[in-house]
Structure formats: structure tokens, C-alpha cells
Ligand binder design. Structure first.
Ligand SMILES: [Zn+2]
Length: 471
């Protein structure tokens, strides 16, 4: 089996891996780097020019796993594209929306990169998808496949539709008779992609195949985060509820910057629970926005067919209003006291959370509560730093520096396994070799050291981008 890393290797950017297994060529994920624009954001697919690409498997609908799918499909038009039904429903919304955003950013001058696909190309893809249920075997044979190669999806817990991919292939060996080949053994590989060992607010925890495996491709997002393993979700939810209660109680408004897929639905589910328990008044208005609303609808449509903690729970069962468009209505809504669950999660410019933050941070009545990760140097990270240091912040040049008087806090709700949990995946699946992917170098080194310490029989590999490995 051959493995080639095409995406991120020292950071969390675009996920993309290539496997040649039993003669079949498989691309695992085709993400876009959220920190780059145009073709600079796309994995180096040219490395696949002389290799077979028979199948493309998309594990979930996050941009860093799905975003470059239209580009790889152009380069490998005969490949079959596999994903879960829920991921396909999300892709139908998210890829055209990404095409529109790329076009708009070029028009507005916020990038000079030409879009890598248009709406029409994104919409046409929808007919190509082969969708599979969890636990069902599907064929991964290719043009040069020597024996059987099959795939199987496992629930990954991370966001709606997310799967880990199990692959099994006959490995062939030269026989005694010249030219004849015989099957020697079965090769077993599992790719966790982004995975959550513990349940979140809406989704059940992930499932993994029973070992032993030959190769485990393991994500390492939280590998360098000692805090995550000491954080209890229940405790964080309680503190988050109390913080919202405090702000609403003093007549303020709460801004919760979120990512459109995953965290926003979780936050809405929590707000629903807070209201049901009487922690916050039932009539407190909740505002949501844009693509998040379409994604919430897909969460609701699939609640009976995907693994849920409570299949009766509907995101739209939590009453929501559309974020007002006019400045006057927006100011009135903030003054009235409400909860604004809006994108982007890191407060990027030209997003509703960025504009609301400017309207709210100077008033001590209000609260800005982060519920996810903010990348270093993002406006979200800057606001948390400046608030802690008691320094003013400039979110918008024209507005100039603003004094932060609002309550700024961060609550930890992750859709990723923390680092001790990642080690338990290794224990459960008992691989001979582990390839560490999707994390910063520091994270991978911690995971490597710990696997090697507790399980010296396991070989741990940290691949370089473009490096081909024979596994
Ligand atoms: Zn993800």
C-alpha cells in the first residue's frame, strides 16, 4: 500500500490524502485551505497526474475537507465520489455558496485570486455522488485492481454526516508460477478524519472498527492542547448558560460567534435547553443568519436517519428570528436584549459577527461569548486577548480603537477528540502503523511520543507534504 500526503502537514489547512491500495487509487478528502485564496488554497493535485484516481471519498462537509472537490473532479472525471447522504445534502448547499463567495470576494477586491469553480460546476456535482449508509460495504474496485477492495463508513461524531472510512483490500503476491499472483492476506486501513470520541449536544459519539488494523490514519487537531482533556462539556455548558442568564438578566445582548456547520446547531440546542429549564426567559429572542439556517434545516431533515442523542430534537424547535438587515432594526434588536448566534466563528471582517461585535463591545451590559477555536491573529483571538489585557481594540479602521467594556469569555465545546481520547482510538483499533495527519507539528509530536511510550509495538509516522510512503 502506498500513501501520499497532499494536504496540510504542519498545520490544519486543507485535508487531502492519496492511497494506492490493492491497485486502486483513492483520494481521501479534497479540502481547501481556509487561510489561502484561489489555487493556492487547493491541494497540489498535479502530484496525481501519473497515478490512478478511481475513487474520491469525502468524510464530511467542512470546507477544509470538501472545498476543493469541484477541482479534483475536473482532474479525475472518471472517479466515483463517495460520501454519506447527509454530507451530500450539505455539499449541495455549501459548494455553490463557496462559489458565490469566491466570486464576490474578487468583485469586492478583497482577493485577486480568480475563483477555482463557479456555481454551475458546483451544482452539477450533485449528480455524481454515491451515497452510503453507515456500516454498509461498498465497492472500491478500480481499473487496475487485482482483488477486492471495499469501503465502509463509521459514524465520526464530529458534525452532521461526518464519517471515518474503513478500507479492506486483498494484497497480492507473486506466485510460484511465472506471472501468476495469489492473494496473500487482507490489508485493513482506517481513516478517522475529524472525530469526536465523546457525544456532543446533538450527535452521538463516534464508532470505530474493531482491530487489529494494518494502518490507522489519525487526526491530531487537539494533540497540543492539554486544557481540552481537562474540560468537561457538562461543566462548560453550565457556565455558558449562567453567563447568558447574567447578561440577559441585566438587560444586555449576547453575541455568540459560530461556524455555520456544527457549532451553531449545538449552541442553538443548548439555548433551547436553557429556556426549557427556565434558566433564561422563554421570550428572549434568538437571532440566526445566512447559510447556518439552511444547514439547521438539514440537521432536522436527517434527525431520524443519523445517530442522534435525541432524534425528536429539532434545531428549528428552538424559535429563531432572521437577523435584521437594516441598521435601525439591528440597533433596536441589540437594545431590546437578545441572543445573536451568527457567523463567523473567528469574527472575520465583512461577517455579521464582526459587525455586531463593533456595536456591542463598548457597552458593559453586553456579552461576547466564543464557543470555538480562534486562530492566532484572527479578530476573534485579538478581541479575547485585548479584553483580558484591558486594552482597546481596532476592529474597523474607520471606527478606530474601541474600549472593551462588554463581558468577553470563551467556552470550550470541541467537535474533536482530545489527545488522551486519540490514544484510546489507537488502543481500540490496534494498528501496526499509525500515520498522523491534520494537526500542528507540536500536536503530532505529542501524540507520537505518547503512542510510542504506551504502545512501543506500534510504528508512528509523521508524513511530510508530498512524501510518498510505502506502508
Ligand atoms: Zn471538520
Amino acid at each position: 500500500m502506498r500513501y501520499l500526503s497532499l494536504g496540510d502537514t504542519d498545520d490544519i489547512s486543507a485535508s487531502c490524502h492519496y492511497l494506492e491500495i490493492g491497485g486502486t487509487g483513492i483520494v481521501l478528502d479534497a479540502g481547501m485551505d481556509p487561510n489561502e485564496d484561489g489555487y493556492a488554497a487547493v491541494p497540489p493535485f498535479e502530484a496525481l497526474a501519473d497515478r490512478p484516481v478511481d475513487h474520491i471519498i469525502i468524510t464530511h462537509a467542512h470546507h477544509d475537507h470538501l472545498g476543493a472537490l469541484p477541482v479534483i473532479v475536473r482532474k479525475a472525471p472518471h472517479a466515483t465520489v463517495h460520501m454519506s447522504k447527509a454530507t451530500a445534502m450539505l455539499a449541495d448547499v455549501l459548494l455553490p455558496s463557496s462559489a458565490r463567495l469566491q466570486k464576490r470576494r474578487l468583485r469586492e477586491g478583497s482577493t485577486s485570486a480568480t475563483p477555482v469553480f463557479d456555481t454551475e460546476q458546483a451544482e452539477a456535482l450533485s449528480y455524481l455522488y454515491e451515497m452510503h449508509n453507515l456500516g454498509a460495504d461498498f465497492d472500491l474496485d478500480g481499473l487496475d485492481t487485482q482483488g477486492d477492495v471495499t469501503g465502509r463508513f463509521y459514524h465520526a461524531g464530529h458534525v452532521l454526516g461526518a464519517v471515518g472510512v474503513y478500507m479492506e483490500a486483498d494484497e497480492w503476491e507473486e506466485g510460484e508460477v511465472l506471472g501468476a499472483k495469489k492473494a496473500a492476506r487482507t490489508l485493513r486501513v482506517f481513516y478517522t478524519s475529524d472525530t469526536s470520541v465523546r457525544p456532543q449536544t446533538i450527535l452521538q459519539s463516534a464508532e470505530y472498527p474493531e482491530g487489529p488494523l494494518d494502518v490507522l490514519l489519525l487526526e491530531t487537531t487537539l494533540g497540543a492542547d492539554p486544557e481540552a482533556e481537562e474540560t468537561s462539556r457538562k461543566e462548560q455548558e453550565r457556565a455558558f448558560g449562567e453567563a447568558i442568564k447574567r447578561v440577559i438578566g441585566r438587560g444586555g445582548s449576547v453575541l455568540v460567534p459560530v461556524f455555520a456547520l456544527g457549532r451553531s446547531q449545538d449552541v442553538l440546542a443548548m439555548i433551547g435547553r436553557f429556556k426549557n429549564r427556565g434558566l433564561i426567559p422563554d421570550e428572549t429572542p434568538v437571532f440566526t443568519v445566512g447559510s447556518m439556517r439552511g444547514i439547521s434545516a438539514i440537521y432536522d431533515q436527517t434527525r431520524q436517519s443519523t445517530p442522534r442523542l435525541d432524534p425528536d430534537f429539532e434545531v428549528y424547535g428552538v424559535e429563531q428570528r432572521r437577523l435584521p438587515r437594516s441598521e435601525a432594526q439591528l440597533q433596536a434588536a441589540i437594545a431590546e436584549g437578545g441572543i445573536f448566534v451568527v457567523t463567523s466563528g473567528m469574527l472575520f471582517e465583512r461577517t455579521p459577527s464582526h459587525s455586531l461585535a463593533q456595536k456591542m463591545i463598548e457597552d458593559e451590559k453586553h456579552g461576547v461569548f466564543f464557543v470555538g477555536y480562534s486562530k492566532e491573529d484572527s479578530p476573534g483571538a485579538l478581541l479575547q486577548e485585548k479584553a483580558a489585557a484591558g486594552e482597546p481594540i481596532t476592529l474597523h479602521e474607520e471606527r478606530g480603537p474601541q474600549t472593551i467594556r462588554a463581558e468577553v469569555a470563551r467556552f470550550r465545546f470541541s467537535g474533536h477528540a482530545h489527545r488522551r481520547d486519540l490514544i484510546t482510538i489507537v488502543e481500540k483499533t490496534r494498528p501496526k502503523k499509525v500515520v498522523l495527519v491534520h494537526g500542528e507539528t507540536e500536536a503530532k509530536v505529542w501524540i507520537k511520543d505518547n503512542i510510542e511510550f504506551f504502545h512501543p509495538e506500534v510504528e508512528v509516522i509523521i508524513p511530510e507534504q508530498g512524501q510518498e510512503l510505502e506502508l
